[in-house]
Each structure stands twice: as structure tokens, then as C-alpha cells.
Write a protein that binds this ligand. Structure first.
Ligand code: ARG
Length: 230
């Protein structure tokens, strides 16, 4: 019976942008990280299988809307704008934005306020913040805001001296500061919350995800995952 039940289990395609440790990254060709384990645990409880696809962060919402993926989990902040076009689970994480520079640099948070080149991942809340608060207010020339498909590319450019700073989510900045020659010079308190996104109106799947999230909270499994990655 178990075998036949498993054979019937539906497979959902899960989109992510695997450049965001410790939430999602690739190690030995595998999708690993907090989000990857989280959705695997949710799938176990809800009784579906997952298949991961990696894409640029700004492709995730269009892919959901087009039905190319069923679920997006990518440290994705729940925003009013995104809520117009996709549905989000209950929040599972809270983060701010951080500013990182090369470890041997003597730049400070004022790196944001002038002639320096700032890197962001296209379409992220870091991109949005820099666009709204710096570029549109005339603090940072548009040409000094460099948008990247992935944080891996932004980090490479930072280390090569092609940009001077990166604005990114604080937990990921912390991880980069601990593992790469970069340091944090400032925090922008945004208090954003991460959610798992599904196509608008996919209420059955959303309900299953939310229920599983609650089970993971109550059983302590979520705390276990946090311990594993943070
Ligand atoms: N939390 C930010 C946002 O939603 C950044 C997420 C980037 N995620 C990623 N996997 N690269 O815009």
C-alpha cells in the first residue's frame, strides 16, 4: 500500500535562486540550505515530491505566474507589490539588509552616499531599497547601481574591485562575512519577512504548505533546521 501511495505522490517543481547561503546554494551538485531542507520537510508532511530548478531571482515570480514552477522558495520577502501577483505562505523568517565591502577596505556605511558603485541582485528588496532611497532621491547616480542575476556574480565583482559594496539580506551578509574576505559596514533595518510563494489562487497547495509549516514549528523540527544552518 505504501508503495502505491508513494507512486501516486504528486511532484511539484520548486524554483529557487541558489546563490543565497545559508538559505539556498549548490554543494557537490546538490541543492542545499535551510530553504531546501524546509521545503523537503514540508513535502514529506504534505505528501508530495519536489524537483528543484535554479533560476535568477527575478525570474521566479514570472515562472510561477506562467505555471513553469509550482512553488518558489528563495528567501523571498513578502511585499505588498508581490502579494498582488502571487500568494505567500505564513512568514518563516525575518531579516534586514546589510552593506558589505571588501575585508581590507576602509569604506564605511557612507559608501552608499556618493560616488561609489553598489551591487545588488536584480529585483530583490535590496535593489528596491537602493532604487527608491538612493537613486530616486538623487543620492546615488543610476549608473553606480549595478544589478546582477546572482549574488555569486556580485561577490566576484566586489572581490575584483569592480564594485565597492553590495546591499543584501543580513543573514546572507553574515554568512559571506564569515566565509569570504568581506565585512559588514552597516545595517539597514527593514524587518522583512520571508514567505514561500505559489501561483495566485493555488489555495490547496498554499494550505498544505501552511499546515506543514505549523507542524514543523510545533514538533521542533524547524528549530532543528535553524540549528543546522545558523
Ligand atoms: N529577501 C530578498 C527579496 O526577497 C532577497 C532574496 C534573494 N534570494 C535569493 N535566493 N537570491 O528580494
Amino acid at each position: 500500500l505504501l508503495v502505491s501511495v508513494l507512486a501516486l505522490a504528486k511532484t511539484y517543481t520548486v524554483g529557487t535562486s541558489a546563490d543565497f547561503p545559508p538559505f539556498e546554494y549548490i554543494e557537490n551538485g546538490q541543492f542545499v540550505g535551510f530553504d531546501m531542507d524546509l521545503i523537503r520537510e514540508i513535502a514529506k508532511i504534505a505528501g508530495f515530491e519536489v524537483k528543484f530548478v535554479d533560476m535568477s531571482f527575478d525570474s521566479l515570480i514570472p515562472a510561477l505566474r506562467a505555471g513553469q514552477i509550482d512553488i518558489a522558495i528563495a528567501g523571498m520577502t513578502i511585499t505588498e507589490e508581490r502579494k498582488q501577483v502571487v500568494d505567500f505562505s505564513i512568514p518563516y523568517w525575518t531579516a534586514d539588509q546589510s552593506v558589505i565591502v571588501k575585508a581590507d577596505s576602509n569604506l564605511s556605511i557612507t559608501v552608499l552616499f556618493g560616488k561609489y558603485r553598489i551591487g545588488v541582485q536584480t529585483g530583490t528588496t535590496g535593489d528596491l531599497w537602493c532604487t527608491e532611497e538612493l537613486v530616486k532621491k538623487g543620492i546615488l547616480p543610476e549608473k553606480n547601481l549595478k544589478r546582477y542575476d546572482t549574488f555569486v556574480l556580485a561577490l566576484t565583482d566586489l572581490l575584483n574591485g569592480n564594485i565597492d559594496a553590495i546591499v543584501l539580506d543580513s543573514p546572507v551578509a553574515n554568512r559571506f562575512a564569515a566565509t569570504k574576505p568581506v565585512k559588514i559596514v552597516g545595517i539597514i533595518v527593514t524587518g522583512e519577512q520571508y514567505g514561500i510563494a505559489v501561483k495566485k489562487g493555488n489555495t490547496d497547495l498554499l494550505k498544505a504548505i501552511n499546515e506543514a509549516l505549523k507542524v514543523l514549528q510545533e514538533t521542533g523540527k524547524l528549530a532543528e533546521l535553524i540549528d543546522k544552518y545558523f
